[in-house]
Write a protein that binds this ligand. Structure first.
Ligand code: NAD
Ligand code: DAU
Length: 341
């Protein structure tokens, strides 16, 4: 089968392509990626000459680009993915996350092919008690989450209206190698390694359910091969933690590996003005995926986070190149005033 993977040069997509090629030598992959600020072909350099892999640079919003490609199925990761950027300017989020997804749904409809739409638990909004199930109402709070919820509704509409074989996944917060260093975990690791302030939004007690990218991708693989069309599958790590605890854990691992004084690293923690509309708690119930498709998270958090910190320490060149480029303009806008610079 020829599978069109969109957004395969990003964090989750690049890890997914590596997993799919290992697990399914019977498939061929076309990676369609625009290479925005978040796309990086270095993430896939070990696979660039793999006989079952090819890369096309292109925009999912351009129907002609998608039309020209030959494929039998779609696994759709491409998106604008960072909440803080959506607060600064939501336009690219509407364009890529809604219009781009609609284009892919249209291609799937016309070709009669299967599509997995990779979505997020953020579409459910914030929850005080209990867990989000697939039946929880959509209640997105950030422009990013609103754009993803819209794309989910289009996916649903294509299934209901045209019978398009689309399945939606909604996963919690991922961590692991190749995550763009604007996101909490790689941001904190890279700042700890370089002695920069660690900007904690609000009181640091917001809760996220962290899952290793490998477990997310194993779930997407299963849903692609065995999930029921028209269904939603929640994916979560049963690993709720407050941001401040995650940060302290990262600092203790960095201190241990680098032989740095943990107290000096703790001193870098800086509480800053909160993210507007900051969701207090995400908590997702993955029981449907577990009972129906036999999935279970495999990576224990303590091991996963230690391996991730080690990866960033060993791959400093990878993130240093990113941090020295265009990213610094965004960094100044997002953190300059907050950190009093
Ligand atoms: P990312 O920002 O690391 O990567 C996104 C990729 O999409 C990049 O390679 C980028 O170049 C590409 N892209 C962006 N706009 C494009 C366009 N118009 N045409 C083609 N390619 C384009 O994102 P990620 O963290 O890997 O997230 C991947 C998907 O998983 C997203 O749909 C996101 O909503 C979803 N998701 C992410 C998480 C998480 O914790 N990161 C959790 C749940 C769901
Ligand atoms: O839940 C799934 C979502 O997880 C995905 O859909 C998104 O694509 C992904 O970016 C992530 O969204 P979050 O907003 O939860 O992730 P982020 O890494 O931006 O922030 C995690 C938490 O850390 C959140 O409560 C905000 C806080 N934070 C973040 C940054 C960047 C800080 O306190 N300081 C920071 O500098």
């Amino acid at each position: 089968m020829k599978i069109l993977v969109t957004g395969g040069a990003g964090f989750i997509g690049s890890n997914f392509i590596r997993l799919l090629l290992q697990q399914h030598p019977e498939h061929k992959i076309i990676n369609l990626d625009l290479l925005t600020y978040a796309g990086n072909l270095e993430n896939l350099k070990d696979l660039s000459s793999h006989p079952c892999y090819s890369f096309v640079r292109g925009d999912i919003c351009d129907a002609g680009v998608v039309e020209d490609l030959q494929f039998d199925a779609i696994i759709h990761f491409a998106a604008e993915s960072h909440v803080d950027r959506s607060i600064l300017d939501s336009s690219p989020f509407l364009q890529t996350n809604i219009m781009g997804t609609k284009n892919l749904l249209e291609a799937a409809r016309r070709r009669g092919c299967r599509m997995v739409h990779v979505s997020t638990d953020e579409v459910y909004g914030s929850i005080t008690q209990g867990l989000f199930t697939e039946a929880s109402p959509l209640s997105p709070n950030s422009p990013y989450a609103a754009s993803k919820a819209s794309s989910d509704l289009f996916a649903r509409a294509y299934y209901e209206t045209y019978g398009t074989e689309v399945v939606i996944t909604r996963c919690s917060n991922n961590y692991g190698p190749y995550q763009f260093p604007e996101k909490l975990i790689p941001l904190m690791i890279s700042h700890a390694m370089t002695g920069k302030a660690l900007p904690v939004y609000g009181d640091g007690k917001n809760v996220r359910d962290w899952i290793h990218v490998h477990d997310h991708n194993r779930a997407v693989d299963l849903v692609f091969h065995k999930g029921r069309a028209g269904e939603v599958y929640n994916i979560g790590g049963r690993n709720e933690q407050q941001n401040i605890d995650i940060i302290r854990k990262i600092l203790s691992v960095v201190a241990e590996i680098q032989g740095t004084d943990p107290e000096r690293l703790n001193g870098l923690i800086t509480y800053v003005k909160d993210r507007p509309g900051h969701d207090r708690r995400y908590a997702i119930d993955p029981v449907k995926l577990e009972s129906e498709l036999g999935w279970k998270a495999e990576v224990a958090f303590d091991e996963g986070i230690a391996a991730t910190v080690r990866w960033y320490i060993e791959n400093k060149d990878w993130w240093s190149r990113i941090l020295s480029g265009e990213y610094m303009k965004y960094y100044e806008t997002q953190y300059g005033q907050r950190l009093g610079k």
